[in-house]
Design a protein around this ligand. Structure first.
Ligand code: RNT
Ligand code: ZN
Length: 436
């Protein structure tokens, strides 16, 4: 009975879930059935979700520019775990391992820094040819790509400003970078036949109290308008804009705040990107999803974990992650929310960081798909808040793990912490030969 999952039809015969995984799953299916939840349908929905995994966890947001400068503009990676990918081949090899340890088919989120640049070409002149290697690799892997212009770690990100810089020439350089990146994203989208989401995060901000909060915002909007003035097919690329409350070195003021970009996205018909680590520590993005989707057709998420002043710890299975996924499912927003990840940790094995964060995001999504949503919402409409709370709390000890393990086995991904053995083997055989 547990094997009746339509999407997996052709695989079913090859599934070799161990008897205990199968048994635990069958029992779980019965338990979920008793509360009106169809597990097979939940797995079908889960298998259709592609998470956009960020390339930059693999190498501490360094990329492949020949004249790369130190990471800056509010981005900081701490730790010196050995084995960092030093070039494109190593990064791809690490990514291939990570994908093989994660159930489902997922996307790759590339930053402009990660092009294959044979000579020192500046960011205002990059071209799709520098990403041809990625497009080819992605096609062989069956992976689809998203993109990001890189407005940081560059001599022209002067005084911490780029698109909102007071100097017209510096602004122009970054405008040209934005234009180049949109064309690259459109070419990628055309090649892969699904839109490549191009996410604009602009670090500009002040360490100390601004004398004008308005002027940089006017400049940022004008620069973005110039970048977006070229009409590109939404079948090929969709632009998104990412807000932030503060960063390291921009504690007092960030030009691209939430209000700035919400207004910008609505008035210019752009996608908004909500990063879980970009708000006040007591403010969560879960509560923003339904509000934003009342006014915008689609939303991008950077699922991340803020810890005090850091916005980018590896995603863990905590309440915040669960409530983000619950909001997506409860609002029936799966087709309108693009789930991307954004964290960087150099203090642990970097492939393991990807695997932990991505598996957690999927596991939390599965937990949300296994909720008796209809029932909960009916109780709420009936004003029975006692039962609503009771059912929500009982849900927390439902056998999610049994369904997750079965899904991993079905997807030919390791079950439980088995994946760690593969990372350890790789660490020994491949990563240990890299000097960072
Ligand atoms: C920074 C933003 C942004 C970056 C990446 C590298 O605070 O979250 O998304 O992390 O673009
Ligand atoms: Zn982000």
């Amino acid at each position: 009975m547990g094997l009746a999952i339509s999407k997996f039809g052709p695989w079913i015969h090859r599934v070799t879930a161990s008897p205990s995984i199968q048994q635990a799953y069958d029992l779980a299916v019965e338990q979920y059935q008793a509360i009106g939840v169809d597990v097979a349908q939940a797995l079908d929905q889960l298998s259709a979700v592609s998470v956009s995994m960020h390339c930059w966890q693999g190498d501490d947001v360094i990329g492949f520019e020949p004249d790369a400068v130190a990471l800056g503009n509010g981005l900081a990676v701490t730790g010196n775990y050995p084995g960092r990918a030093r070039n494109v081949d190593e990064l791809r090899s690490d990514l291939e391992l990570a994908y093989s340890l994660i159930p489902g088919k997922h996307r790759l989120n590339l930053h402009a820094l990660y092009g294959q640049f044979s000579n020192a070409i500046d960011r205002d002149a990059i071209d799709v040819q520098h990403f041809q290697g990625w497009v080819q690799w992605a096609a062989t892997q069956g992976v689809q790509l998203d993109f990001n212009p890189s407005f940081f770690s560059h001599r022209n990100a002067r005084d911490g400003f780029t698109l909102a810089h007071a100097d017209r020439h510096l602004r122009q350089f970054w405008i040209d970078h934005g234009i180049a990146c949109r064309r690259i994203a459109a070419s990628i989208g055309k090649a892969q036949a699904t839109p490549c989401i191009n996410n604009f995060w602009v670090p500009d901000g002040f360490k100390d109290t601004p004398a004008s909060r308005l002027a940089p915002r006017e400049r940022l909007a004008a620069s973005l308008d110039e970048i977006f003035s070229e009409q590109l097919s939404p079948q090929e690329t969709l632009d998104s804009v990412e807000c932030k409350l503060f960063g390291i070195g921009s504690e007092s003021y960030v030009v691209g705040s939430h209000e700035f970009y919400l207004g910008y996205a609505i008035s210019r018909n752009k996608m908004l990107c909500l990063d879980a680590g970009h708000f006040h520590p007591t403010e969560t993005i879960a509560d923003k999803i339904s509000s934003v989707l009342m006014y915008l057709p689609e939303l991008m998420l950077h699922v991340s974990r803020g810890v005090r002043w850091d916005s980018d710890h590896v995603v863990v299975f905590n309440d915040e992650l669960q409530s983000i996924m619950q909001e997506i499912v409860r609002g029936d927003f799966l087709s309108r929310v693009h789930v991307g990840l954004d964290f960087f940790d150099a203090s642990i094995n970097r492939v393991a960081a990807w695997v932990i964060g991505t598996r957690n995001a999927l596991k939390a999504l599965l937990a949300a798909l296994l909720e008796p949503v209809e029932r909960l919402q009916q109780l709420e409409r009936d004003g029975d808040f006692t039962a609503r709370l009771a059912v929500m709390e009982e849900q927390k000890t439902m056998p999610l793990g049994a369904v997750w393990n079965y899904y991993c086995a079905l997807s030919h991904a390791p079950v439980g912490a088995e994946w760690l053995d593969e990372v350890r083997r790789y660490e020994l055989n491949v990563m240990s030969g890299r000097d960072s």
